[in-house]
Design a protein around this ligand. Structure first.
Ligand SMILES: Cc1ncc(C[n+]2csc(CCOP(=O)(O)OP(=O)(O)O)c2C)c(N)n1
Length: 91
């Protein structure tokens, strides 16, 4: 669900792909010089997806006004992160 009235973009997936959409919104705001910050939310499971890393990288390279919020609730659906992520912590 999304609404232009409140600047909420409809979700295409709650995983990596939505982060690329957030980059696009942030880039639009940057180019138009709008003083807006884009926030996007996902979970620890998304950190295993390619889109996750690509989105964070391009946001850093282009200095995009975007905040990535990663909720680590200890599960990727029913799988513990120790089986999907090689790091001890996900920040
Ligand atoms: C792009 C995409 N890939 C795969 C899926 C299938 N999928 C649904 S939930 C999920 C894991 C989500 O893990 P996490 O982000 O930790 O969320 P939580 O388990 O806490 O709900 C996956 C791989 C999906 N919905 N979208």
């Amino acid at each position: 669900m999304g609404t232009q009235e409140f600047h909420i973009v409809g979700m295409i997936s709650h995983l990596g792909p939505q982060m690329g959409v957030a980059d696009g919104v942030a880039l639009g705001n940057l180019l138009k010089k709008n003083p807006h910050v884009t926030a996007v939310f996902t979970g620890d499971g998304a950190s295993s997806e390619g889109d996750f890393h690509e989105s964070i990288n391009v946001a850093a390279v282009w200095d995009l006004p975007v905040i990535f919020v990663i909720e680590n609730n200890g599960y990727t659906v029913s799988v513990r992160p120790v089986r999907t992520v090689s790091l001890q912590t996900i920040y």
